[in-house]
Design a protein around this ligand. Structure first.
Ligand SMILES: C[S@@+](CC[C@H](N)C(=O)[O-])C[C@H]1O[C@@H](n2cnc3c(N)ncnc32)[C@H](O)[C@@H]1O
Length: 238
């Protein structure tokens, strides 16, 4: 399934997230022993430093990254875009529970063709989304287009660890543990088999940084967590 391209890949990814939406948050916590909250917090801090105004959170899913951004007082609203209505529906309910529904604006859309004018946002973020895009350079070009000059684009993603030992341990853990957790807690072995496959076919933090530079971002700040398996990369649109 990770070999799928273009619209077929997008349809596969959207339907998979639709199926697992109700168990997505729980599985994140189980798979990362709760560390995903810390990684998003760190990424949100980087994305909002020296930025003020509206933020676009692409691939917003159930909204946790968006809600982390909204904790920063210099952030006005966060537009959370996702192509899975089921994931966004959960984000909307969560925003109401958190009292953030006036500042979280859900939009159904595709990261490759953003329905916003040039330079609409002060900053843009993507949390655990870029790995699923069918055409990463195209999506990033559009994300940069809607980010204002001097604004930032911040990406948080699972990457291939660069050290040999870390890489072997991490991919083994992922390949053995996640599909089993997926079967037990989400009743969906296939969806959680996709996760390690998508990481195995993805890139390192260095390669991802090169792609972000290729999209026109400069002054990149790169941080890695989880033995190099998590990258937080932020760059400025000149
Ligand atoms: C792993 S979840 C991440 C959700 C959230 N950002 C977080 O930090 O938990 C990936 C999300 O990306 C969305 N997605 C993947 N490809 C997309 C695309 N091309 N356009 C819009 N959303 C996309 C999926 O529907 C899913 O909700």
């Amino acid at each position: 399934m990770v070999q799928l391209k273009g619209n077929d890949r997008s349809a596969f990814v959207a339907s998979m997230f639709g199926r697992i939406s109700r168990r997505y948050d729980l599985l994140n916590t189980l798979m990362t022993v709760g560390l995903h909250y810390m990684w998003r917090k760190k990424a949100a801090k980087l994305a909002t430093a020296h930025v003020s105004g509206d933020i676009l959170d692409v691939a917003s899913g159930t909204g946790d990254f968006a809600f982390g951004l909204l904790k920063h007082p210099n952030v006005n609203i966060v537009v959370g875009l996702d192509f899975s209505p089921e994931m966004l529906d959960l984000a909307i309910r969560k925003s109401v529970r958190l009292g953030l529904d006036g500042r979280f604006i859900p939009v159904i859309g595709d990261a490759h063709i953003l329905p916003f004018p040039n330079e609409r946002f002060a900053s843009a973020t993507v949390g655990f989304g870029v790995r699923n895009f069918s055409d990463l350079p195209k999506a990033l070009a559009d994300i940069v287009r809607v980010t204002r000059r001097g604004g930032k684009v911040t990406v948080l993603e699972i990457v291939k660890p660069q050290g040999r030992l870390a890489s072997v341990l991490f991919l083994r853990y992922f390949r053995w543990v996640t599909p089993k957790l997926g079967r037990i807690f989400a009743g969906d072995y296939e969806a959680y088999k996709y996760l390690p496959e998508s990481v195995q076919n993805f890139m390192s933090a260095t390669q991802l940084s090169e792609i972000l530079e290729g999209a026109g971002l400069r002054n990149l700040v790169v941080d890695t967590k989880g033995m190099g398996s998590i990258a937080i990369i932020s760059g400025k649109r000149p």
